[in-house]
Design a protein around this ligand. Structure first.
Ligand code: SF4
Length: 371
């Protein structure tokens, strides 16, 4: 917590009424205070899935299938490792692995994924399983959330993605995903994980039926947990993608580009205890992503070489390491590659573009003209 903490009511007023320019200037100041170097960080990663079968039926989700659907799948740990083989060949350092929720996804199954990944691909960081998947594994295995997380920790997992938060407001959840764990469940999983030693991220999916008050409730909830645990590494918001989703019919006010900039800037100043705020080339499109780096974000997410959840809504964007270098530089920053703990592991000053060898090693192929 900082001396200049913005209280809830003041935050709500700012979020609703402050000119975007004012939020932008304040956010840039905060960003420079916390990250004085001109770096924007990113990670080389991919986001495969182990199953698309899910019985939670979130109305905003186009990814899930019923068990009888023709294109439903549930992969064995060995099949999941094929995605790791691809990640290794592409020189990636992190795999963000998630899936649907059903009765066959036990704690043992999740642990076997972590163990096999650690054994066969020790160089790739396992960033696995959102809160609802942990919650479900605990339920079907008749275990506590703590014991599932401890088993994953003992298998070698150290970070958890913050997906599935949507908007941490009970009134929103009951309308968009009534069968999903609510704000208390999401917070319980993350708080328990932090106490064990995991680092996690916090996400937010906005731009559907939420109000500004709901957004503030979401931010207040994660800020309060961060005060207690300091376990969140980053805040990552994105807008709802409506295509092929049931919720689409109930959304009347679509969030535009300014809404994204406002959320990035506001979260930078309101989440005073979060080290990193991430904007993205992927979620909102490349140019919006590049522009969003002027609103206080210091991280640009991953290269996401494989992605299926947004793809199910026909939202497709692709890039690679060289694309990442170009976009961050276009925004006026210097790209810095990080790991999944947000440690900078290499910078690219003076290097215009790179190439991968067959073994996934990065080699510099073009020096910048001015070096
Ligand atoms: S968002 Fe996740 S929990 Fe909800 S239906 Fe889709 S896969 Fe299932």
């Amino acid at each position: 917590m900082t001396d200049s903490r913005i209280p809830f009511d003041e935050g709500l007023r700012l979020f609703k009424f402050a000119p975007l320019k004012e939020l932008q200037l304040r956010a840039q100041k905060e960003r420079i205070k916390r990250h004085p170097k001109n770096y924007v960080s990113f990670v080389l990663d991919s986001n495969p899935n182990y199953t698309n079968i899910c019985d939670v039926d979130c109305t905003f989700c186009a990814f899930y299938r019923t068990p009888k659907a023709k294109d439903a799948y549930m992969k064995s740990p060995e099949e999941v490792m094929k995605h790791f083989a691809f990640a290794k060949s592409a020189g990636l350092t992190t795999v963000l692995l998630q899936g649907g929720v059903h009765k066959d996804i036990t704690c043992d199954y999740l642990v076997s994924l972590v163990k096999l990944a650690r054994k066969e691909y020790p160089e790739i960081h396992p960033h696995f399983f959102s809160a609802v998947e942990i919650w479900n594994a605990a339920k079907v295995s008749n275990m506590s959330v703590h014991d599932v997380l401890k088993a994953l920790w003992d298998a070698g997992q150290r970070t958890l993605p913050g997906g599935g938060a949507e908007i941490l407001s009970e009134s929103v959840r009951t309308r968009v995903s009534p069968k999903k764990i609510g704000p208390n469940g999401w917070i319980e999983v993350h708080e328990t994980a932090h106490k064990i030693g995991f680092k996690t991220t916090a996400t937010m999916m906005y731009g559907h039926i939420e109000t500004p008050e709901d957004v503030l409730e979401h931010l207040e909830t994660i800020r309060a947990l961060q005060d207690k645990t300091s376990g969140f590494s980053s805040f990552i918001p994105w807008s709802y993608k409506s295509n092929k989703t049931a919720l689409r019919r109930r959304v009347h006010n679509w969030a535009g580009i300014d809404a994204y900039f406002r959320i990035i800037a506001f979260s930078r100043i309101y989440l005073d205890n979060f080290p990193h705020i991430a904007s993205s080339w992927f979620g909102e499109g490349k140019q919006v992503g590049i522009d969003s780096l002027q609103y206080g974000a210091d991280d640009f997410g991953g290269t996401i070489h494989e992605e299926n959840v947004h793809k199910a809504t026909d939202h497709i964007n692709t890039t690679d390491l060289n694309g990442m270098l170009r976009m961050i530089r276009q925004a006026g920053f210097e790209p810095a590659q990080r790991d999944s703990f947000y440690n900078i592991i290499r910078t690219y000053e003076g290097i215009d573009s790179v190439e991968l060898t067959k073994e996934g090693k990065v080699v510099e192929v073009e020096q910048m003209a001015h070096t």
